[in-house]
Design a protein around this ligand. Structure first.
Ligand code: ZN
Length: 390
């Protein structure tokens, strides 16, 4: 119930220096100068944090928790994610989404899976919908799903500028965004429309038109996979200049010169003097990574993993591209703020106790998710419902 992390160097994301962190149940109850917290008469678990660096639990805002894929037939439907997959990589919060396949996958299954992961120790939210417009819903409309279902915080991932999209008109695009906005207002949520961007030449055309032609705020939408090619990335930088947010996708090291790694992308954003606060990073985990030839034929398939998400965090700090504080902000705090995930993305008094402790080589040593010990001394303790029966 009570845990005390002593003398740990906190980047939450603000550098708070060395502090003791008292955890009571699921929350951070106190952050004090080392030695100041003195509790007697109750059992308390003490973690020596003196050689460790504390950052907020990662939030991965684009995860195919029920599995994505299916673009090469039924055998290519990717498997569901397990709670251990997330916590072993320091991810304590995920936003789940469907993808290309809204025929054999459903928003209701996504909601059930999000609830399961929450019971198993993660914090979860979902986007209602899938690639196509009009998009599938649970209660009959995007607006009512967002307003009425606790876990639904927006719609996504809706595909644009991609050969797999339903090729929505600009009006269909606007209608979806408007539904998100209204649902968000009625439900007291962010109500974000989250768009998958493909390699198509139209890129962010609809986004720029939305800003020019309508009253919808720039922060009602966010494009993802923005680092998939250089032209799209350039448009993404323009979008950030207009006040918009972009989401970068982690993955294996790019083999194609057109693709930009998250580490390189973050370096370019920082060098251009653009605000890192408007950038989120996601793993696209358990989505398939299809490889197409020039004729659009599928020629290969792999599955995205949060291992690449953790690796990108480590590399961007180790290579000196971002400070630890900036990286913590990009991999946790920004998503919490943009999607209005209350109590998340910060190590402060009263916030939820989602804490990662790294050693000086940036190897993950401890993971606490809502106050529960999920990794201890680099050993994974988290177990899902079925893996517990080994
Ligand atoms: Zn996508």
């Amino acid at each position: 119930m009570f845990k005390l992390i002593t003398k740990t160097n906190i980047f939450g994301p603000d550098g708070q220096g060395r502090k003791d962190i008292l955890i009571a149940g699921e929350k951070i109850a106190a952050l004090e100068e080392p030695g100041k917290i003195n509790i007697k008469g109750i059992e308390i678990e003490v973690i020596d944090g003196s050689d460790l660096l504390a950052v907020p639990g990662f939030i991965d805002p684009h995860v195919h928790i029920t599995g994505g894929g299916g673009e090469g037939g039924p055998a290519t439907r990717a498997p569901e994610i397990r709670v251990e997959d997330c916590l072993s990589c320091g991810v304590t919060g995920v936003i789940g989404c469907l993808g290309t396949d809204s025929l054999t996958r459903h928003p209701s299954s996504l909601l059930a899976k999000a609830r399961a992961l929450e019971i198993e120790g993660l914090s979860t939210w979902i986007f209602v919908g899938a690639y196509n417009l009009p998009t599938p819903t649970i209660t009959g409309s995007v607006r009512s799903d967002i307003a009425l279902i606790d876990k639904v915080i927006g719609a996504g991932e809706i595909a644009l500028s991609d050969h797999r999209s339903s090729q929505p008109t600009f009006e269909e695009f606007l209608h979806l965004v408007a539904e998100c906005r209204l649902g968000g207002m009625l439900g007291g949520k962010a109500g974000v429309a989250h768009f998958h961007l493909g390699d198509g030449r139209r890129g962010l055309e609809y986004f720029f038109r939305m800003v020019e032609e309508t009253e919808i705020p720039v922060t009602q939408v966010i494009p993802t996979h923005i680092n998939r090619n250089r032209r799209l990335f350039e448009q993404g930088l323009q979008w950030v200049k207009l006040g918009g947010y972009i989401d970068l996708t982690t993955g294996p090291e790019p083999v194609d010169e057109e693709e930009i790694s998250v580490v390189e992308a973050l370096g370019q954003i920082k060098q251009a003097g653009l605000p890192l606060t408007q950038v989120t990073v996601s793993s696209d985990s358990n989505g398939s990574l299809p490889v197409f030839d020039k004729q659009g034929q599928l020629i290969g398939l792999t599955v995205a993993s949060q291992k690449d998400f953790l690796r990108a965090f480590q590399k961007v700090v180790q290579d000196g591209i971002l400070t630890l504080k900036e990286a913590a902000q990009v991999f946790s705090t920004n998503a919490a703020r943009f999607y209005r995930l209350f109590g998340k993305g910060k190590i402060i008094n009263g916030s939820e106790a989602d804490i990662l402790l790294f050693n000086r080589s940036l190897e993950l040593q401890y993971v606490l998710s809502r106050g529960k010990m999920m990794m201890e001394n680099s050993q994974l303790r988290a177990k899902g419902t079925f893996s517990a029966k080994e």
